[in-house]
Design a protein around this ligand. Structure first.
Ligand code: GDP
Ligand code: MG
Length: 163
């Protein structure tokens, strides 16, 4: 069975863009409009000698009602099913209260969580990552889903270190 990686984070941080990069597909909807991925979307990718499955999710906004609550429930179900989680945050917007809430809940799942600071194209990666150390999820990894920067390295580490 292929290992499953769930992509988790607030709307608009670049989950679907990363999904497309990891699966070389256009299956996930990429949009400026937050929350457009309604449900979980699965794709398959390959790196080195091995394959993996990726699950795109609709996003966690911290709002508790309606479509947001539905997306959140789908997201946490995807986390339960996953072998590892890529938690995306936005290196341009910086750390938000919703990021802290999601981080706290992710720490409680016991899943391996990889913290990806996205949209660092054109930014100093180390600087962009600095404030995210306090999420308590280990070292933040600077990536650019749009350009593919930093993605392969964290993907290979995540697959190598699966429980
Ligand atoms: P999602 O809601 O988390 O799935 O986010 P999307 O993948 O739909 O992306 C939201 C917006 O961020 C889109 O306009 C993307 O083009 C943009 N975006 C995603 N990744 C990057 C990135 O690495 N760099 C930059 N500059 N923009 C990005
Ligand atoms: Mg999306």
């Amino acid at each position: 069975m292929l290992p499953v990686i769930a992509l988790v984070g607030r709307p608009n941080v670049g989950k679907s863009t990363l999904f497309n990069h990891l699966t070389r597909s256009r299956d996930a909807l990429v949009a400026n409009r937050p929350g457009i991925t309604r449900d979980r979307i699965y794709g398959i990718g390959r790196v080195g000698g091995g394959g993996y499955m990726v699950v795109d999710t609709g996003g966690l906004s911290g709002e508790g009602e309606g479509i947001d609550a539905h997306m959140a429930a789908q997201t946490w179900r995807a986390v339960e099913e996953a072998d590892a989680v890529f938690f995306l945050v936005d290196g341009r917007e910086g750390l938000t209260a919703a990021d802290e809430e999601v981080a706290a809940r992710l720490r409680g799942t016991g899943k391996p969580v990889w913290l990806l600071v996205n949209k660092t194209d054109g930014l100093d990666g180390e600087l962009a990552c600095a404030e995210f150390h306090r999420l308590g999820l280990g070292r933040p990894h600077a990536v650019s889903a749009a350009h593919g920067r930093g993605v392969k390295a964290v993907l290979q580490r995540a697959l190598a270190e699966l429980p």
